[in-house]
Design a protein around this ligand. Structure first.
Ligand code: AGP
Length: 613
């Protein structure tokens, strides 16, 4: 996590860097800081958000045409002023920002302490900047050479940008396992950031750094790129597809609400060019070369974290149901450390909105090293996971800024649905008429999401009744079980109310003991094969005085009679329920969080992109 940004060129760096930090704040918001190059290094940093940093800077002189900035998600040391980045070397010659973790920082720190270095913070980053200083002190060398040599001694993950007061205007940027992108401005200026969002309004020409690469950026000079062996590399310049409007709230109070409302469009975009009703086909270009491999796979293993893991569960149900290929869904963080059995006959699919989640990336690398075919379902184009995999499908949901994943989830499920349909059709496990019916059903989903969004007012009223609840239970069966898990995660992460998702039938094996008149129970009780069973589960809750909020199919009467509150969504094929039933649950968590005055887009302790283990 953490967001880093840098600029060097003809303009004042401060406004560019601070604006960039606002864009990157989704990556962490424990503290923020900037360092500006002007007759030496000017440093401003404090605990809190980027707006706190702006208050802290106040009317100070912020001129200087090179600068770096950082917004922190704390790993080493609590969020406070001292631990805020940028960190300066002891002599004050160097200043550095860092996203990642230096695993061997303790041993390096001890060595440096023996040489007389003193540290102001608890961070691994301050160790790194002093290591560079120590190497630079030993003999005459450029900043970039010193950085390269220091990084050879470092174990861990990093994206860094360093400045030296002895080389004003030069930025040295390097990455390993944490993302970094360089923007090439038209006037010979350079931008560098954790992702392209701080860069897009200045230039569309970018270079995504590869692991082990180090860039030397100096205005009016060509970008110099080296690999860790100190060999020169030719930068691969790409054109950004990102648009500025996608990064703004567009009249909504929060990014989360905007993103919830974008879903009819984002789900349509996920299907665009992939589903053709007229031709009766589904195609996913990015995995076309691996179709046979998937069909013949001994197993498909889906690895993911959080919401993406919930999408993976839906994917398991879909692929097993439609294509009859065995699927396992694994938490990436467990999979990577539990010595799993992986062979060349397995296909491992990583699901990740950011494409940067450290555990998911590591799980994929493990699978790749064992000879498995690895594919990705990512939202962020050019992300680390997208570049590590053999093939994959982008979700095309557009940038998701709210920390709580909404449109990324439905886009992931859409891509997995297309994948299952494509495989089932090729394998012949779905007959032609069912296939055609499902294509029509999927094509109609954006309109059904539009109708589900019309429940907003009702959901807001229901939210008002439960904003002070201390616990929530979410229940669902079949395809609605992952929806229950996702609904509970949404509520807890943005409103800080404890919530659990359960398969409805599991309730009687433990959680039913929790039920009393204080316990709201959200049940996804839409029409489908397990409807009657869910009705029985609702009765079990009612018998114990639980309060039922039910998501039902339009026209339902049976559940309506039993439930305390019902929210109707349009009738859909059972396997498409996650795409529509999630909408009122996203709205429920959103409204409850707003009523509790929580920071919806930046919930406490969280970050959008989890690049640490
Ligand atoms: C969900 O709202 C969270 N933001 C979180 O669970 C997220 O889905 C998880 O961290 C995985 O992120 P990824 O999709 O970017 O890999």
């Amino acid at each position: 996590m953490c967001g880093i940004v840098g600029y060097t060129g003809k303009n004042d760096a401060y406004p560019i860097v601070v604006k960039g930090l606002h864009r990157l704040e989704y990556r962490g918001y424990d503290s923020a800081g900037v360092a500006l190059m002007r007759d030496g290094i000017q440093l401003f940093k404090c605990k809190g958000k980027v707006s706190d940093l702006e208050d802290h800077v106040g009317k100070s002189d912020t001129s200087g045409s090179a600068g770096i900035g950082h917004t922190r998600w704390a790993t080493h040391g609590p969020p406070n002023d001292a631990n805020a980045h940028p960190h300066m070397s002891m002599s004050g010659e160097l200043v550095l920002i860092h996203n990642g973790i230096i695993e061997n920082y303790d041993s390096i720190k001890k060595e440096l302490q023996q040489r007389g270095y003193e540290f102001q913070s608890d961070t691994d980053t301050e160790v790194l900047v002093n290591l560079i200083e120590e190497i630079k002190k030993q003999e005459e060398m450029s900043l970039s050479t010193a950085v390269r040599r220091a990084l050879k001694e470092v174990i861990g993950a990093y994206a860094i940008v360093v400045m030296s007061k002895n080389e004003p205007g030069t930025l040295v940027a390097a990455r390993k396992s944490s993302p970094l992108v360089v923007g090439l401005g038209g006037d010979g200026d350079f931008y560098v950031a954790s992702d392209a969002t701080p860069i897009v309004e200045y230039t569309k020409n970018v270079v995504y750094l590869e692991d082990g690469e180090i860039a030397e950026l100096h205005p009016d000079h060509e970008m110099k790129l080296f690999n860790i062996k100190e060999q020169k590399v030719t930068p691969f310049i790409q054109e950004l597809e990102l648009h500025l409007e996608q990064l703004e709230k567009g009249g909504y109070d929060h990014f989360m609400l905007k993103e919830i409302y974008e879903q009819p469009r984002s789900v349509r975009d996920s299907m665009r060019g992939r589903l053709s009703i007229n031709k009766g086909i589904v195609q996913l270009g990015g995995i076309a070369d691996y179709e046979q491999k998937l069909i013949n796979a001994q197993r498909i293993i889906i690895v993911a974290c959080g919401t993406s893991w919930h999408a993976g569960l839906v994917g398991e149900y879909l692929i097993e149901d439609l294509a009859r290929i065995p699927v396992e869904v694994e938490y990436a963080s467990e999979f990577r450390y539990r010595n799993p059995i992986i062979t060349e006959k397995d296909v491992v699919i990583a699901i990740s909105q950011s494409g940067e989640t450290a555990d998911t990336l590591a799980a994929l690398e493990l699978a790749k090293s064992k000879g498995a075919t690895i594919l990705g379902v990512c939202n962020v184009v050019g992300s680390s996971i997208a570049r590590t995999t053999h093939g994959g499908s982008y979700t095309h949901a557009g940038p998701e800024i709210g920390v709580a994943s909404t449109k990324a989830f439905t886009a992931q499920v859409t891509v997995l649905t297309l994948m299952a349909l494509m495989l089932g059709n090729r394998k012949g496990t779905i007959d032609r008429s069912r296939f055609q019916r499902l294509l029509l059903g999927l094509d109609a989903i954006p309109d059904k999401i539009e109708r589900a969004l019309q429940t907003n007012e009702l959901v807001e009223k229901i939210s008002a009744k439960f904003k002070d609840a201390r616990n929530f239970l979410y229940l669902g069966r079949g395809y609605c079980f992952p929806v229950a898990l996702e609904g509970a995660l949404k509520l807890k992460e943005i409103s800080y109310i404890h919530a659990e998702g359960y398969p409805a039938a599991e309730m009687k094996h433990g959680p039913i003991a929790l039920i009393d008149e204080e316990m709201p129970v959200v049940v996804i009780a839409t029409k489908g094969p397990s409807y009657e069973k869910v009705v029985s589960n609702i009765q079990e809750v009612k018998a114990r005085k639980g309060v039922i909020i039910a998501i039902v199919t339009e026209g339902d009467t049976q559940v309506k009679e039993m439930a305390d509150y019902t929210i109707e969504i349009p009738e859909i094929e059972e396997m498409f329920t996650p795409l529509v039933a999630s909408i009122p649950l996203q709205l429920l968590s959103y409204h409850i969080a707003v009523m509790r005055e929580c920071n919806v887009d930046q919930p406490r302790n969280l970050a959008k992109s989890v690049t640490v283990e």
